[in-house]
Design a protein around this ligand. Structure first.
Ligand code: MCN
Length: 871
């Protein structure tokens, strides 16, 4: 134990969690081996939509090592075993169990009384928490399908065996007869009259329609000099955490309870939903998130396999393990995005926006997942972006398809929103003849440091948008880039330069419970922290957040060490185990620092408040005469009279001589429910080189100036931005989940689904400005998703900018070489002919042969948009 030499917050303290992670000492779910543990594999439907006419598991049961094989019907009664009224489990949830069951939704939380005598298949079983409207249609979601499969990947049978390989081999011996049905694959077609239905019993493919409106939208459009209208596609993306999903369920024969270890980002939410879904009393269920190798939102869910593992552990009385393989990850872990966006701006002739209409079709996939319906709703609040105007009209329709269910993927609704506004603002700029910078400047808010009303009916916490834009323009040498672009255009260089802007904000730090209740999220937004000083003077912090790559152990240690004036290595951060922290709202929506980290700060302040009283008692001084610095209370004017916080912790622990009536130990717990969300913002410039002969897009430079308020750990924030931007440019140029006409995923491996590697990711030039949030005492804003939210529009704006001389204004994401090349051919009235397959967009594989042309090197053209006939 040492005294803290310096202030840690704002310094690049190396991540404390990394040594274990990079030296093989991490504890992944798949490392867990328990005595007598059995292994589970699942058989998945090869059909997107089919009736199951029969399943024969007899051969599979006879395979070596197989202990049991179950179909959906075999397990139908098991979901309801031991159902118990569990009122404690609903704490913090907006609706009572009874209300939820009455509207036919959410996890099966019916009490024993209400279920008595009711056939199990008459109830709606579902994992969904966020039910946007009262009349939301919620399909039955059996963990193991019964009678019908609704996407290629739906589970139809489960094998339990003595080892994973035997369980896997036995799957081949299960005979399933399917009667294929017409699949629904497209959200626009799904809503057409006479379209096949994903769930016939629901009578429609529409799950819900949610709307938001402010101001007089018709008046805004009537008054407009200019109206621009666009349709954008947000392709489906597949989250690729390094560690796939996995779960171990362990029955405890002594307590009668269960421990579930899961590679999850939400141990607390998982505990509640699993308990209610599977009828396990919540107090008898412990959930542990061991080391978790990334999630990006995909582990913000309660999955069928987690419920299956718990129910099998209960049925068989032994621990069971299920580990997802990468192909299953692609099929059965949620997908992100999947939206069609219709957006319209009304503006005056000077380019000042008057109003905005947004209408979305959001692909829910086959079932409603935990927050699936809420994802486009999160976006609704930031479609207006950094622009202030008078009228806004938003609606989203959630649509069922026979595809993998969708839910949160890094950014969750906000990358889609910022993409749409940052693309259409460029359309408006073209229409009124303004530069992309000028159109933004004319519509920005003036700098503000107090909550400020927005067109979406919420309040942004603080912002200075002009400052980030001015700085990024300087960093990128915008004038110089335009000059280079002009030279290349004039010289007919086959490699054209594109400069793309994106200025973004986002709604994060999820956040005030009352607002979440109004949005019907089914969850609350507080976070908790307990800071306790041990007898030896070291510190334990128990947090309700659940990091899975974000470095909370380091950041929370910095906050605590600075507050208490102790060494950063004397602080231990404990997380991810509901036995240790029964309360917590976990990690997602870039909430952990603005909610959980702030809770740590507040709890530490309470420890200091108590310590001050003890110090006054020990030093026989008035509390008001004490100052606290560097972990030491001293009497103002008599610095020799002092006592360290460690000595106070020891005295508080011993309880020999504390102030009258004071309880022993220095341990304080705080529950912090913030008054508002946080709204980080930034300005990005992407510079691309587009090879007009091949369609390849190379990102040459990427500049960003981001503002997430005061920074706790700059190295971590840099890392968050680096990874976030990489995921954003991946959507813009590379990634897409593609299905064939039967609903089979054709990008089912990492060969077909292009994740950018190091060669595809450019060098980033990043800077930050600091505009403190008015929402919390640290002034901090979240940053975990910012890069992913800002990047896609910057990249596509750059591609469109490079191609503007052809009259090309848009390329759908991902802007693959094929799409770019095709657009150039179309623009020139050429028949591109048939080409078999799309090409990989990896510049590492393709641009080398093309090379780039230095300014002025190209051949001057005489005709046509760029370099005339050469193109
Ligand atoms: N931070 C900081 N100063 C700030 C803001 C943040 O030092 N002003 C630090 C925080 O202390 C924390 C980290 O940055 O260590 C991220 O904090 P925050 O923005 O609060 O985000 P969360 O911790 O809540 O993380 C969630 C966010 C989301 S929603 C996704 S998706 C995502 C992401 O984080 N998934 C990730 N980053 C990821 N990083 C990794 N490695 N793996 C994932 O799955």
């Amino acid at each position: 134990m040492t005294e803290a030499p310096e202030r840690y917050v704002g310094g690049g303290v190396p991540r404390k969690e990394d040594p274990a992670l990079i030296t093989g000492r991490a504890n992944w779910t798949d490392n867990i081996k328990l005595p007598g543990m059995l292994h589970v594999t699942v058989l998945r439907s090869p059909y997107a939509h089919a009736k199951i006419t029969s399943i024969d598991v007899s051969e599979a049961k006879n395979q070596p090592g197989v202990v049991a094989v179950f179909t959906g019907d075999d397990l139908a009664e098991d979901w309801d075993k031991n159902p118990q009224a569990n009122p404690a489990a609903v704490t913090g949830y907006g609706m009572s169990l009874e209300e939820r069951s009455q509207q036919g939704g959410t996890s099966v939380t019916d009490t024993a009384d209400t279920t008595a005598g009711q056939p199990v298949d008459e109830k709606t079983r579902t994992f969904v928490s966020w039910i946007p409207t009262e009349d939301t249609k919620i399909p039955n979601h059996w963990p193991v399908a019964r009678g019908e499969v609704n996407y290629a990947g739906d589970i139809v049978a489960v094998v339990v065996a003595t080892d994973r390989y035997k369980a896997q081999d036995a799957l081949e011996f299960i005979e399933v007869d399917y009667e294929p049905m017409e699949p629904v694959l497209d959200v626009e077609a799904a809503l057409q009259e006479g379209a096949p239905l994903v769930h016939e019993d629901l009578g429609s493919n529409e799950s819900f329609t949610w709307t938001l409106g402010t101001g007089d939208i018709d008046d805004a459009f009537n008054r407009a000099d200019v109206v621009v209208k666009e349709r954008y596609l947000q392709q489906r993306l597949i989250p690729n955490a390094i560690e796939t999903r996995g779960v171990v369920a362990n029955p405890d024969p002594i307590s009668g309870g269960y421990t579930v270890y899961s590679s999850t980002q939400i141990p607390h939410i998982l505990r509640f939903v699993l308990a209610t879904y599977c009828g396990v009393p919540e107090q008898q269920l412990r959930v542990v998130a061991p080391d978790v190798g990334g999630a990006f939102g995909s582990k913000l869910n309660v999955y069928a396999e987690e419920a299956i593992a718990l129910v099998l552990a209960r049925k068989l009385g032994v621990p069971v393990k299920w580990i997802e393989d990468r192909s299953e990850n692609y099929l059965a872990t949620i997908h992100g995005r999947g939206q069609v966006q219709y957006i319209e701006l009304a503006a005056n002739s000077e380019g000042k926006i008057l109003g905005m209409r947004v209408n979305l079709l959001a692909d829910m996939g086959a079932y409603l997942m935990l927050d699936g319906p809420g994802i486009p709703i999160l976006g609704a609040f930031v479609y207006p972006g950094l622009y202030t105007f008078g009228a806004y009209d938003f609606s989203v329709t959630g649509v069922f398809t026979n595809l993998t269910p969708t839910d949160a993927y890094r950014g969750a609704g906000r990358p889609e929103a910022i993409f749409a506004i940052e693309r259409i603002i460029e359309a408006l700029a073209r229409e009124v003849g303004l530069d992309p910078v000028e159109i933004r400047r004319r519509n920005f808010y003036e700098p503000f440091d107090e909550p400020t009303d927005t067109p979406a009916g919420i309040q942004y916490d603080s912002g200075n948008y002009q400052m980030t834009l001015d700085r990024v323009i300087e960093l990128a040498d915008y004038e110089g880039l335009r000059e280079e672009q002009r030279r290349r255009r004039e010289s007919g260089d086959p490699v054209q330069l594109g400069i793309g802007f994106s200025t973004y904000t986002e709604i994060c730090g999820l956040a005030p419970s009352q607002v979440l209740s109004g949005l019907r999220t089914g969850g609350s937004g507080w976070e908790t922290a307990k800071v306790q000083m041990l007898a030896s003077g070291t510190v334990e912090v128990i947090t309700g957040t659940s990091p899975h790559g974000q470095g909370h152990v380091t950041s929370w240690s910095q906050i605590t060490a600075d507050a208490l004036g102790v060494d950063v290595n004397d602080v231990e951060i404990l997380h991810g185990d509901t036995a240790m922290s029964p309360y917590g709202r976990d990690t997602y929506g870039s909430r952990s620092l603005p909610v959980g980290g702030v809770a740590v700060h507040l709890a530490a302040q309470q420890v200091i408040d108590k310590a001050r009283k003890i110090a006054a008692h020990m030093l026989e001084a008035a509390e008001g005469d004490l100052e606290f610095e560097g972990g030491r209370f001293s009497v103002v004017g008599s610095p020799d009279q002092n006592v360290t916080i460690q000595d106070i912790a020891a005295a508080a622990y011993m309880n020999y001589d504390l102030p009258e009536g004071m309880e022993p130990v220095l341990s304080e717990e705080v529950f912090w429910d913030p008054p508002n969300f946080t709204f980080p913002f930034g300005a990005h410039i992407c510079v691309v080189e587009v090879d007009t002969e091949t369609g390849f897009v190379k990102i040459r430079d990427y500049f960003g100036v981001d503002d997430c308020g005061p920074v706790i750990n700059p190295t971590i924030v840099d890392g968050q931005l680096h990874g976030g931007i990489a995921q954003g440019l991946a959507q813009a140029l590379y990634e897409e989940a593609v299905y064939d006409e039967d609903g089979n995923l054709t990008t089912g491996t990492m060969v077909d689904y292009i994740i950018p590697g190091a060669p595809e990711v450019p060098h980033y030039t990043l800077e930050r400005t600091v505009t403190p949030s008015s929402t919390n005492p640290l002034g901090v804003k979240g940053v975990g998703e910012a890069g992913t939210i800002g990047a896609p529009a910057a990249v596509i704006n750059a591609v469109a900018d490079a191609l503007s001389p052809y009259g090309i204004t848009h390329i759908d994401m991902p802007a693959s070489p094929w799409k770019v090349w095709q657009a150039i051919q179309d623009a020139q009235g050429r028949d591109a002919g048939e080409r078999e397959a799309d090409l990989s967009g990896r510049p590492s594989q393709t641009m080398e042969s093309t090379g780039t042309t230095e300014p002025g090197e190209g051949t001057a053209g005489t005709d046509g948009p760029i370099g005339g006939d050469r193109l």
